[in-house]
Design a protein around this ligand. Structure first.
Ligand code: SF4
Length: 702
């Protein structure tokens, strides 16, 4: 075999997919590029199949390398044809100007994603507020992390998903994972869990499915989807009844426990067993294990959070952790496991409807004044908060809604709830522009498609699951005709008369982001590219160049005004949709090992197709027998929103009253064509991805 050619070079960077942000060493120069796992602190030489396969897509034949525009401008039934960047950008800017002249500034909207780098997310928020002066911006993280973020802000005064490094998981004696399946979603993270288990640590998994993570756990609790809050309250009920509450900690470091103590009195374990299906004995084992451990951690993820009461559900688990004295104690605590690659950074820098960089609130006059001074604009010119993601999408094309939309790094036609309704709203737009690497299901609907650089072709930073800011480094040049989203935003701003305020240089943008975030909750002021290089990432907050960064938060005080964590009484509410005669089962959705998010990338990977080639719905064999369904039969799932077809996977890993469908596919196998968006969480505006009522019928044989 020939070794690397003289023109090849190696670059340390990170996998493009999930929030673990595994370190990789890219070898590039002569395409195709290749990678090897690096010995980075989060993955320590590990990598999952998604990471290994990532370079395949850089040279994929379906990669977009020229802008696409409609052959007949304004007619989306005409084909998309290649154009120059000049023409594509001219069309986008003409649509923005026409829409704002006719319908006002807020009729132009922006929709971002948790896969954007910190610099791109920051610049997109600034672009909306400064170049477009629109309030209409939100992003797909609203569908992902917003409930956990809402709960953490309420309880601790600050949302950093994991307020301690991942290595604490290995040192914990007990870890309870609620609706979290890292064995499939981020396999290299399992080495931390395995290390703990090898020492004798006990892991408890709370999940309606016996996932790969649950199979390795000491105990698996299998509640009905949508009942996690009641379960957490029952565990706290037991802790109080058994005298397991850490009263000294509660008195010294928290407020509000008495209301919670009173509230959970009604959650008798035997009643909760009937509601959730989790035996009282297992409830008790979990509480006693947590309470007796020297170091204990409670982790929640989307299974607990993607509900109409997702914020309260996360709070219920935080209440339990607080009562046992875990948060803010070294080696213990509560955390949420972020999903998207930059799910953490993506929610810190201003692409959320109500936020400015540094987690500042857009409605706060002091925050507006600070950020406006960094941006060189008048604070009175900054718009006020706009609509949350689903509300923004649901109003597309309506009076008072967005009529021209710019989408970066998001495939809402697959990932949004009630996806067919969202697709029909997208069709109602006057103009849709999408920046992506491939012709995603959302890009297929666009007037203009802008080909963007992929992970290995751009510089920037990402903030991983632990709050560690890492460097994405450019390992090779993008194909001719492809531009980075920072370039795109700078060029659009230039055409809109604001070009002098928008740099396309990532390091310059990062330095500005640091100034904009200075003094805010997510303070990046002391972080530089050089420091990230030298220190293998820096944990925020890091307010000054000589500050070491903050791997562990809350050790002395919480980020609330009085420094105490807040208990909040929360109550179980029924899921918005309950099974009935017409739709007799519960549908829950999620991810599988070989795919990632809306599948725009992973469905095009030949290697991953071998692992997860088909959308498969999981059904219990007892349910399948009753419905006359055999292994690999084609089944149709129907809900009040629509129908979708899947191959049947019969497994006793799932409850007999629950059906699971992965959400990585669109078209006729779109799980999100089935999900319910009519009841949003009142705090986070999170839709109920994890529970709705479904009917199942056999359509055909394998
Ligand atoms: Fe990439 Fe996540 Fe897999 Fe690591 S665990 S290789 S970051 S997808």
């Amino acid at each position: 075999l020939a070794g690397p050619g003289p023109r090849t070079r190696t670059t340390q960077t990170h996998c493009p997919y999930c929030s673990l942000q595994c370190g990789v060493t890219m070898t590039a120069g002569d395409r195709p590029a290749t990678l090897q796992p690096a010995d980075f602190p989060t993955n320590r030489g590990g990598l999952c199949s998604k990471g290994w396969s990532a370079p395949e897509l850089l040279d994929h034949p379906e990669r977009l390398t020229r802008p696409l525009v409609r052959a007949v401008p304004g007619d989306r039934t005409s084909p998309l044809v290649e154009s120059t960047w000049e023409e594509a950008l001219d069309r986008v800017v003409a649509a923005i100007e026409r829409t704002q002249a006719e319908h006002g500034r807020d009729a132009v909207g922006c929709f971002g994603g948790g896969g954007l780098t910190n610099e791109q997310a920051y610049q997109f928020g600034k672009f909306a507020r400064v170049a477009l002066r629109t309030s209409a911006i939100d992003y797909n993280g609203r569908f992902c992390m917003s409930s956990a973020a809402g709960a953490a802000n309420r309880a601790f005064g600050l949302d950093r998903g994991m307020p301690f490094p991942l290595s604490d998981v290995a040192a914990a004696d007990v870890v309870v994972l609620v609706g979290s399946n890292p064995a499939d979603t981020m396999p290299p993270a399992m080495q931390w869990f395995d290390e703990g288990r090898a020492r004798g640590a006990q892991h408890v998994v709370v999940d309606p499915r016996r996932t790969a993570t649950a199979r390795n756990a000491a105990l698996h609790l299998q509640p009905l989807p949508g009942t996690d809050l009641a379960l957490a309250n029952a565990l706290l009920h037991i802790a109080i009844a058994e005298g397991l509450v850490d009263e000294d900690y509660v008195a010294a470091r928290t407020t509000g426990f008495e209301q919670v103590r009173e509230g959970v009195g009604a959650y008798w374990p035997d009643r909760v067993e009937r509601l959730t299906g989790v035996p009282v004995a297992d409830q008790r084992r979990t509480v006693f294990a947590l309470a007796r451990a020297e170091r204990a951690i409670v982790l929640t993820a989307r299974g607990a959070e993607q509900h109409r009461s997702g914020t309260d559900t996360a709070q219920a688990w935080i209440n339990l952790a607080l009562a046992l004295g875990l948060p803010g104690r070294e080696g213990s605590g509560w955390a949420t496991v972020t999903g998207q690659g930059n799910g953490q950074g993506g929610r810190e820098h201003g692409q959320k409807a109500d936020q400015l960089p540094g987690y500042r609130r857009l409605a706060d006059p002091a925050a507006r004044a600070h950020v406006a001074s960094v941006w060189g604009v008048d604070p009175d010119d900054l718009p006020m908060p706009g609509k949350s993601a689903f509300e923004l999408l649901d109003a597309l094309g309506t009076d008072g809604g967005v009529r021209t939309l710019l989408v970066l790094a998001s495939n809402v036609a697959v990932s949004a709830p009630d996806a067919r309704r969202v697709i029909s709203r997208l069709a109602d737009l006057d103009f849709l522009a999408v920046s992506d690497f491939f012709l995603s299901e959302t890009a297929e609907l666009a007037d203009v498609v802008l080909p963007s650089a992929m992970w290995a072709e751009e510089d920037g930073t990402m903030t991983n699951v632990e709050g560690r800011v890492v460097r994405r480094r450019r390992a090779l040049d993008p194909p001719d005709g492809v531009r980075d989203d920072l370039q795109l935003l700078a060029e659009l701003a230039d055409r809109l008369g604001a070009g002098h305020l928008f740099s396309a240089d990532p390091e310059t943008v990062f330095a500005e982001l640091g100034r904009a975030s200075a003094g805010g909750a997510a303070d990046y002021a002391g972080i530089s590219y050089r420091r990230i290089d030298d220190e293998q990432g820096v944990f925020w907050p890091c307010p000054a160049p000589d500050h070491p960064g903050t791997p562990r938060l809350f050790l002395d005080r919480f980020a609330t005004p009085d420094g105490r964590a807040r208990f909040l009484r929360v109550e179980h509410v029924e899921a918005h949709e309950r099974p009935d005669d017409e739709y007799p089962y519960v549908l829950t959705t999620g991810r599988v090992l070989g795919q990632y998010q809306s599948g725009t990338q992973t469905r095009r990977s030949r290697s991953l197709q071998l692992i997860a080639p088909l959308p498969r719905a999981e059904l219990h064999p007892d349910l399948a027998r009753r419905l006359g369904i055999g292994p690999d039969d084609v089944v149709e799932l129907a809900t009040r929103r629509g129908r979708a077809r899947f191959s049947a996977q019969l497994t006793d890993d799932i409850r007999p009253d629950v059906v699971f469908a992965p959400f990585h596919w669109g078209g006729g196998s779109s799980a999100n064509a089935l999900t319910d968006a009519d009841a949003l969480d009142p705090t986070s505006r999170m839709p109920a991805f994890k529970v709705c009522a479904v009917a199942v019928t056999r359509v055909a044989g394998p």
